[in-house]
Design a protein around this ligand. Structure first.
Ligand code: ADP
Length: 400
């Protein structure tokens, strides 16, 4: 079966076409500036050069149509007919508290994604547009929704509840949901497989460190706690997000800077994190380069990031009553040996020890722990698209 995986944003749409016979990617691409002047599609048939299409894409339906034109193109295409695509899997940001796993798209499922729009105002409407565009362009092809929040639904109430008046939880479902769930699920399972153990035997801290970053405490195969909250703003300082802070800061800064709550929220999401502290960049490569050149605030931003990851790993070890495995993934986690080494050196008190030689690896599944480390430290490249494709295949096959 061929499966199309779609990650629809408000003005972009990324896709990958998988051949599930061998789980290979046949083509991938991204539509950018949907609904904005100058929209373009970059389509890459694997093994061939990328092609750029610069046709207008006023909406997601137009974008999906263009994706199909590219996939079917006699020169640069990879399929002969749309019927070759057996199903579509969509990445959905927020499933509220309704979904503990991926789901076949039905009207009630779409209603639930719609209901969660207040919780994911930037992503859920776009995710829904992606689903509806596919329904229009390829009616009859089954679609599956894979939620970033689903894996975290096993958290106990003491971990997901905020210490606010209880009625906010009852009335508005204000609680921790957590994100990057597809990634935390994949790397925690892979970690167990890699070590030849069952997930039920292990206490794992999964560290998804990218532009957006989150940690999860995965106890015996189930998520026990995670650092992102009601929205992806909570937890670690990130590329441009502040992460956790004293909520009173808002009331202190806003009148002094004459900011509305929307403006403040934008600053917390887009202008804070390592970008805000360094004043240089949100990109960790830029920061590592700037730090090496002696730029103090780049060094400070990196130090803050590493310090917060270290602290959180320690607290998750305490929360689970120990930790057997620490897994690093995503852009920074997979590609920055120095950052991994420093974090782990600070965890030496827990018996964490990295082998500097083995740790000198980027983007490759590797056990980087020293032979005498009490805790295994693994690098496992994440693959959210593959998990979406697998879930989609499983659900569509079971529904037949
Ligand atoms: P997203 O959250 O957007 O999916 P990624 O997981 O792709 O992000 O991570 C992007 C981050 O990974 C960027 O800050 C980038 O600088 C960082 N990164 C990528 N390669 C390296 C590298 N070799 N060394 C340090 N950081 C890297």
């Amino acid at each position: 079966m061929k499966i199309l995986v779609i990650n629809a944003g408000s003005s972009s749409l990324k896709y990958q076409l998988f051949d599930m016979e061998d789980e290979s990617i046949i083509a991938k691409g991204v539509c950018e500036r949907i609904g904005i002047e100058g929209s373009q599609l970059k389509h890459t048939p694997i093994g061939k050069d990328s092609v750029i299409y610069t046709e207008p894409m006023p909406d997601h339906v137009a974008a999906i149509k263009l994706v199909f034109n590219a996939l079917l193109d006699p020169n640069t295409g990879v399929i002969k007919s749309m019927d070759e695509i057996g199903a579509v899997g969509h990445r959905i940001l927020h499933g509220g508290d309704k979904f503990t796993e991926s789901a076949l798209v039905t009207e009630p499922v779409k209603d639930a994604i719609r209901e969660a729009i207040p919780l994911g105002p930037l992503h859920n409407p776009a995710n829904l547009m992606g689903i509806e565009a596919c329904e229009k362009v390829m009616p009859g092809t089954p679609q599956v929704a894979v939620f970033d929040t689903a894996f975290h639904q096993t958290m106990p109430k003491k971990a997901f509840l905020y210490a606010l008046p209880y009625e906010y939880y009852e009335k508005y479902k204000v609680r921790r949901y957590g994100f990057h769930g597809t990634s935390h699920r994949y790397i925690s399972k892979r970690a167990a497989e890699f070590l030849g153990k069952k997930p039920e035997e292990l206490k794992i801290v999964t560290c998804h460190l990218g532009n957006g970053s989150s940690l999860a405490a995965v106890k015996y195969g189930k998520c026990f706690d995670t650092s992102m909250g009601l929205t992806p703003l909570e937890g670690l300082p990130m590329g441009t997000r502040s992460g956790s802070l004293d909520p009173a800061i808002l009331g202190f800064v806003m009148p002094r800077e004459n900011l509305t709550i929307d403006e403040m929220t934008t600053i917390l999401n887009k202008k804070s994190g390592v970008l805000g502290v360094s004043g240089i960049s949100s990109d960790f490569r830029d920061l590592e380069a700037a730090s090496a050149e002696g730029k103090e605030r780049a060094t400070l931003a990196l130090d803050m990031f590493k310090y917060n990851v270290t602290k959180l790993i320690g607290s998750y070890a305490a929360a689970m009553g120990g930790v057997d495995v620490i897994v690093f993934t995503a852009g920074v986690g997979e590609n920055s040996p120095g950052l991994r080494l420093e974090i782990c050196e600070n965890l030496a008190f827990m018996g964490v020890k990295v082998d500097p030689e083995k740790n000198n690896v980027r983007g490759k599944e590797t056990d980087v722990s020293a032979a005498d480390s009490k805790v295994k430290v693994l690098v496992i490249p994440t693959n959210e698209e593959l998990v979406i494709a697998r879930d989609t295949q499983d659900i569509v096959t079971a529904a037949k």
